[in-house]
Design a protein around this ligand. Structure first.
Ligand SMILES: [Mn+2]
Length: 425
């Protein structure tokens, strides 16, 4: 057998509508919208520059719901770039393609490009390399038969590749399309199984290789990290598999642990450190979801000043990564500190607790119009006015006061019970 190299990609989802983009006028929409195309173009550039021997695509070339003929033209242009360089392109249709009018009518440019049959398994042969590529396209969106079972026996003495769009094994988060097991695939005696459907890269076995390359380009905040394809090199009768990255726009989730942070600014400092790590992975454009978690004295302020928080996080991202680093969302999932003080007992904390409870009970027994009669409240009003705070007017109704008192209780308990202080109870 000759020495050869090929690329295995899957789940291109060309022109997939990238979720969460349109709602935000500050998002680098064009870069992210064009990302699935850029990634394919990158793969084709690599194939041509390195002159790989062929390219296999294991389904979901398109996104089923997105039906624009330009998507089809783009794919054909890229395939033609390969075949013009004598690089064969062999693909199957996945569940998304089966629903797509474009893929159904796709006419491959010449003999070196092939979309394998959907009625039965088909074998594409590369006699010079002694490579046989076996595969079957999805006929409909939901193929629940075990189509791998009917794949042909290997061509003896050749390198046999099985191309399959399947969830392989029980994976509760995915639709169980074309079900089959790793052992079943192994029993086929092929040299490499080029899988598609699972969007995360996974190597299910190494003898033979049974591989999901993951999708070529992440499409939303759950498809994070570098995305690309696999380069398979067959040399000295042994195949090796290398992971290649082709995405330019990258989704990341930045989980900022603010446990023990005492202020809003401390939380931002930690966020900054984590963002430096998240945007240092070599992509051009980043879409980042920031999640604050952990037990912190800043829990209340992070939650009450969420708009300010988003602005600050965006400013940090802009300073670190420029305009192509986009904060997709900021999630506050923090909890109050565990070391918070109990506003009970005989001490000062208990006194504060009693005052707050008294105010709380007075408020709940009043209606909004009675609010002005509450001495503490009218005092508070005039004091607020004296400090130049905006007049709260109607905002001072019983529900608002009640909520403010709860916040005050939490804040006082947090501040008084911060690290290094003794608990009163
Ligand atoms: Mn897919």
């Amino acid at each position: 057998m000759a020495t050869f190299r090929f690329l295995h990609c899957a789940d291109l989802h060309l022109d997939s509508p990238l979720r969460g983009l349109e709602a935000d006028p500050d998002a680098p929409v064009d870069k992210i919208r064009g990302a699935t195309r850029d990634a394919l173009q990158n793969l084709v550039n690599f194939a041509i520059e390195q002159h790989v021997d062929f390219v296999v695509a294991a389904g979901d070339l398109y996104d089923g719901d997105w039906q624009d003929w330009r998507t089809g033209r783009f794919l054909l242009d890229q395939i033609r770039r390969l075949t013009d360089e004598n690089i064969p392109f062999i693909a199957i249709r996945g569940n998304h393609d089966a629903a797509s009018v474009i893929t159904n009518n796709l006419r491959m440019p010449g003999e070196a490009a092939r979309l394998l049959d959907h009625r039965r398994p088909e074998t594409f042969r590369l006699p010079d390399l002694q490579v046989a590529i076996h595969g079957q396209s999805f006929a409909t969106r939901a193929v629940t038969d075990n189509i791998a079972r009917t794949y042909p026996p290997p061509v003896p003495g050749w390198f046999n590749v099985g191309v399959l769009h399947s969830s392989v094994g029980a994976r509760p988060l995915h639709d169980n399309y074309a079900p089959c097991s790793v052992d079943e695939l192994r029993s086929h005696d092929y040299d490499y199984w080029a899988l598609g459907h699972i969007h995360q890269r996974r190597v299910l076995a190494e003898r033979p290789w049974i591989v999901f390359p993951g999708n070529l380009q992440g499409r939303h905040a759950r498809e994070t990290g570098p995305k690309g394809a696999c380069l398979v090199t067959f040399e000295d009768r042994v195949p090796t598999v290398e992971r290649l990255t082709f995405d330019l726009a990258r989704w990341e989730r930045c989980r900022v642990d603010v446990s023990g942070a005492s202020t809003f600014d401390d939380c931002l400092m930690r966020c900054r450190e984590d963002l430096i790590g998240a945007i240092g992975t070599g992509a051009d454009t980043y879409a980042i979801r920031v999640e604050f978690h952990g037990s912190t004295a800043a829990n209340g302020v992070l939650r009450s000043q969420s708009e300010h928080l988003v602005n600050e996080v965006r400013a940090i991202a802009l300073a670190l990564g420029g305009p192509d680093t986009w904060i997709e969302q900021v999630i506050v999932a923090t909890t109050p500190p565990t070391g918070r003080l109990s506003l009970e007992g005989d001490g000062v904390a208990g006194e504060i607790g009693r005052v707050l409870a008294e105010l709380q009970s007075e408020v709940s027994s009043l209606t909004a119009s009675d609010g002005a009669k509450l001495p503490a409240l009218s005092n508070l009003r005039s004091q607020l006015r004296a400090t130049g705070a905006p007049d709260m007017g109607d905002a001072l109704n019983d529900a608002a006061i009640s909520a403010a008192l709860e916040d005050a209780a939490e804040l006082l308990a947090t501040l008084l019970g911060g690290e290094g202080q003794d608990r009163a109870d």
